[in-house]
Design a binder for this molecule. Sequence first.
Ligand code: DAH
Length: 368
Amino acid sequence: MDGTEDVQDVAAIASREAELVAEIEGAPDLAALEALRVRLLGRSGEVTRRLKALGALPPEKRKEVGAALNALRDTLTDRINARRAALERAALTARLASERIDVSLPPRPAPAGGQESGVIHPISRTIEEIAAIFGAMGFRLAEGPDIETDWYNFGALNIPPHHPARAEHDTFYLPPAPNGETRVLRTHTSPVQIRTLLANPPPVRIIALGRTYRADHDATHSPMFHQCEGLAIDRTLTLGHLKGCLIDFLRAFFDMPNLPVRFRASYFPFTEPSMEVDIGWNRRTGEIGAGGDWLEILGSGMVHPRVLANCGVDPTEWQGFAFGMGIERLTMLKWGINDLRLFFENDVRWLSHYGASPFRPAALQEGL
Ligand code: DAH
């Protein structure tokens, strides 16, 4: 039985099986294996042809040879599948080896007289500085998603439907979630307050740094920008702690021990009382810290009891403060940058001027 003659005999089938298995094991690649499969098990393949020819045999022989041929077909199918899996594994291993990236390679040599190795974007640098300052005061980093539900972004923060504060946020709305909830690109980092309190019982002391979105675009507004949120909840935190914390932060960030800081009564739905924080500057020259004018720099307040209750925190036992600020704005003021769009144009000349060295991480002990 070699595939061309028509011998239907159990012993011949067994010896043919050994030959065919050897051929399968020797198939050099997936294409050769597939060709072999078609030649053996395809519609007019050797085994199929033999099965079709069974009808011509006398009944008692038909049964015996039929069983042997079915067993042959099953064995060949199993062997082909196993060989295919082995060839696929080998192909993947070879590909992984050939596409391997050696991350331990030294960096490319710096061009003569050029930038050494790229720089940290000024926004990233500000984020590092803020984290360093609040980190030294015991604040941990917290995170939340850019795509929020209406409830986290507004409702839980005591901004009910139709509240005028919603209109000020120029919200980007997304198609509703599968469960019907309204989804938005978060308009501020304040929803991280809610996520933090729901996940961790107080006391908590966190900052959240990240992207925020509003449908707004001009020299001082970008549809995507960054904010820093702060939240401190404990049993005895007061407005005094809020003031001390933010004065220390602003003086460290602008590196001015005597920077004038003013707290001005304001309104936010999620704080009571609420305050805007101003720093001293010179309106004419833009110089920070001198000149007798005031510049609003961030929002803050004592967390509203309703916000605490929305997070399952008992407002008769816990209290604390929150604050929020724009990272682009802080960066523009610190470095005298007057157009926010420059941050996102990524002009390499601009970046190499304002970028920070990656080899000098933000650290308080050296001054920022
Ligand atoms: N979420 C406010 C905004 O984007 C900023 C803000 C104000 C955050 C007061 C706070 C806060 O946590 O207490 O305009």
